[in-house]
Write a protein that binds this ligand. Structure first.
Ligand code: ADP
Ligand code: ADP
Length: 228
């Protein structure tokens, strides 16, 4: 479902962020992306939702070639990929409900349908009772759960999370993992870049390690590695 063939990325300033990446990620997998700062993890992730384009190689997502995808088709791709960021990126002047409804790509749907769908995803992240709250009235973990609700409201096949627990304390981080695992159980593919050693070593999943722009390790049920 996600396939990279000989993908390289050199930024405009000449920085060579990724080299000759070959990877295949199947529908329903849960994959951690690990590696030191500057290794190329974010670049890898950004190429999947077309925030960056590869300089070389081919990326196929659900049978669509991202390299030749026209700009006008990018929104269709993004409807199939939900993104969760380390810093949540919620809109501060909108309520929880509005933040999630805003991401819903249904123009024609009656309000009752929109409400139903938003409340369904708020139920999955256990925030139905805070639908009317504003982001600054929530804890960090709750804000991240809103951002996960926003990412899944269009029922994407893939959820990409770039350091989703990076700003959260350990207990809250485990709660976020519960939510991501639940979403994965429902069939969504999850890619998660992380520096969280205890999560990777406890909730065993496929681990892809990137160093200096290359995949140096790809293991089913892998470890975090990089022992202190
Ligand atoms: P990671 O997520 O593993 O920390 P990144 O993908 O952010 O790594 O960065 C990989 C390399 O690419 C680093 O050397 C970084 O400085 C560089 N880089 C990232 N984004 C850009 C950009 N927009 N322009 C130029 N260089 C960039
Ligand atoms: P742009 O027009 O600048 O490419 P968009 O309006 O498509 O940006 O997206 C706004 C922001 O949301 C961007 O920073 C982008 O990284 C992020 N984003 C893009 N696709 C998704 C998605 N499927 N889910 C959540 N956030 C996304």
């Amino acid at each position: 479902m996600i396939e990279m063939t000989d993908v390289s990325k050199t930024y405009a300033n000449g920085v060579n962020a990724l080299n000759n990446i070959d990877v295949l990620i199947e529908k329903g997998e849960f994959v951690y992306i690990v590696g030191p700062s500057g290794a190329g993890k974010s670049t890898f992730i950004k190429m999947i939702y077309r925030e960056e384009k590869p300089s070389d190689g081919r990326i196929m997502i659900n049978g669509h070639d991202l390299t030749t995808l026209k700009e006008k088709h990018v929104p269709y791709l993004r409807r199939n990929i939900g993104v969760v960021f380390q810093d949540f990126k919620l809109l501060p002047k909108m309520t929880v409900f509005e933040n999630v409804a805003f991401a819903l790509e249904v123009i024609e749907e009656p309000r009752s349908e929109i409400k139903k769908r938003v409340m369904e995803v708020l139920d999955i992240v256990k925030l139905k009772n805070k639908a009317r709250f504003f982001p600054d009235e929530l804890s960090g973990g709750e804000q991240q759960r809103v951002s996960i609700a926003r990412a899944i409201v269009n029922r994407p096949q893939v959820v990409i999370a770039d350091e989703p627990t990076g700003n959260l304390d350990p207990d809250t981080s485990w709660e976020i993992m519960d939510v991501l695992e639940e979403i994965n159980k429902r069939g969504t593919t999850i890619l998660m870049a992380t520096h969280n050693r205890s999560i990777v070593n406890t909730i065993k999943k496929r681990v892809i390690a990137i160093e200096s722009g290359r995949i140096v390790r790809d293991e089913l049920r892998g470890d975090y590695g990089y022992e202190r």
